[in-house]
Design a protein around this ligand. Structure first.
Ligand SMILES: *Cc1c(COP(=O)(O)O)cnc(C)c1O
Length: 425
């Protein structure tokens, strides 16, 4: 059933570390062999053995419209005819920056990068340049890409492998990173009390989605807004997952809390490699060549990636009911699982993001998430995979709902998950 995938994985391991180009893809946390994907359409992945899988990973977030949306593909195909990259400005970059500013008004000016990691790196550099301070505060279990200073207690891939830090990152590089706890105002305040004039920024995922989905407790984001303002630090929302997913204006619209800087990725590239960071004009004008904070990229604002991103945002904009529909589907799954699991799991769901934690919960932060039973999750994962449902191969990741998931897809998913719990409880 997965012979070709297995053979490819064996071969991959000879040429690629661990056989994959990003750690969590290796299925290490669920003790399975990864499926190699041949193609995808709508809500489905098709692996190299010809198995169809109902996909709830959605490329870890970009796939809000499902796979191979015909309009996006057509526009990309057209754009390719005009060349893949020029290393010179294009009209599409202007369109995308204007569109971002329209949907997320706090991003008056923005810069495109090629990944979320780069966007976050640059946003932090800008925050340091703006404030003249070095320290940043991040929360345990939040992931902000794999740059040195942020690979501290960084969630998901790092969590499953029980490696909160990475080898090869000098202590000196993380010296300026202070670690607080998500949903724990006292721990944030402690950082500011320890160094009232030294903190450039607090960076946070407004909905934590890299330790599994953990929504902000009421008032937490407002607290971050207030304390950063009070101490002259910037507030950075890492909306690489939540941007264009929770609402047209991202988590900052959904929760009505406005950060100073925002980072985007995933959906903004519509499936192509993009990141973006931006904020108030006064801050962003510090970025070279307008100002002294250097940041650059050969493929930044790539015409094919901007085409895919713009096409995706256009489709989302033209469909005002989409976020409601996505949320309804996520709620159906959450409801079905809660009912069937009889208090043995905790389902966290915000908009089209959800996580099923194998712990009674509640899961409000990092320590709660870590208390989830990874062995039981692995068993659940295997059960679903054997029945054609592909969820994240780790307890500490989100399930992503796309517009391509049909009512039948959701019904099948609910039934299968319910059957799992009645078989195992
Ligand atoms: C995925 C992610 C990143 C990193 O983006 P890449 O494109 O993988 O570099 C940063 N922050 C958050 C919140 C993410 O989910």
């Amino acid at each position: 059933m997965d012979t070709k995938s297995k053979a490819l994985f064996e071969e991959a391991k000879q040429y690629i570390p661990g056989g994959v180009n990003s750690p969590v893809r290796a299925f290490g946390a669920v003790e399975r062999s990864p499926r190699f994907i041949a193609r995808a359409y709508g809500s489905r992945l098709v692996d190299v053995d010809g198995n169809e899988l109902l996909d709830y990973v959605c490329s870890w977030g970009p796939g809000i419209l499902g796979h191979a949306h015909p309009t996006v593909i057509e526009k990309v195909r057209e754009a390719c005819k005009d060349g893949l990259t020029y290393g010179a400005p294009t009209e599409k970059e202007v369109c995308l920056a204007r569109q971002i500013a329209k949907q997320i008004p706090s991003m008056e000016e923005s810069r495109l990068t090629s990944s979320g990691t780069e966007a976050v790196m640059a946003a932090i550099r800008v925050a340091r340049g703006y404030t003249g301070r070095d320290r940043i505060v991040k929360c345990k279990g939040c992931y902000h890409g794999h740059s040195d200073g942020l690979l501290v207690q960084a969630g998901s891939g790092a969590l499953s492998a029980s490696m909160p830090d990475s080898a090869g990152v000098p202590m000196d590089y993380t010296r300026h990173t202070m670690v607080a706890l998500y949903n724990d105002p006292a721990s944030i305040e402690a950082c500011f009390l320890a160094d009232p004039k030294g903190i450039a920024a607090v960076i946070v995922e407004p909905v934590a989605a890299n330790m599994g989905v953990v929504p902000p407790t009421p008032g937490f984001l407002e607290f971050l807004r207030n304390i950063t303002s009070q101490y002259g630090a910037l507030l950075i929302f890492d909306e690489v997952i939540t941007g264009f997913r929770l609402a047209s204006g991202g988590a900052q619209e959904y929760f009505q809390v406005t950060p100073d800087l925002t980072t985007l990725g995933k959906i903004v590239g519509g499936g192509m490699p993009i990141g973006a960071y931006g904020g108030r004009r006064e801050i962003m004008e510090l970025v070279a060549p307008a100002g002294p904070v250097y940041q650059a990229g050969t493929l930044s604002g790539n015409p094919i990636a901007t085409t895919a991103g713009l096409a995706t945002l256009d489709i989302l904009q033209e469909d005002p009911g989409i976020y409601q529909r996505l949320q309804k589907k996520a709620e159906r799954i959450a409801h079905a699982v809660r009912k069937a699991a009889k208090g043995t799991v905790c389902v966290n769901q915000v908009g089209s993001l959800l996580s099923i934690f194998f712990t009674p919960g509640p899961v409000c932060g990092y320590a709660d998430a870590l208390s989830a039973n990874q062995t039981r999750y692995a068993d659940f994962f295997g059960y679903l995979l054997d029945r054609g449902i592909y969820v994240a191969p780790s307890q500490f990741e989100a399930m992503f709902i796309s517009d391509a998931h049909t009512e039948e897809d959701i019904a099948y998913t609910c039934q299968t998950m319910q059957a799992y719990f009645s078989d195992t409880l």
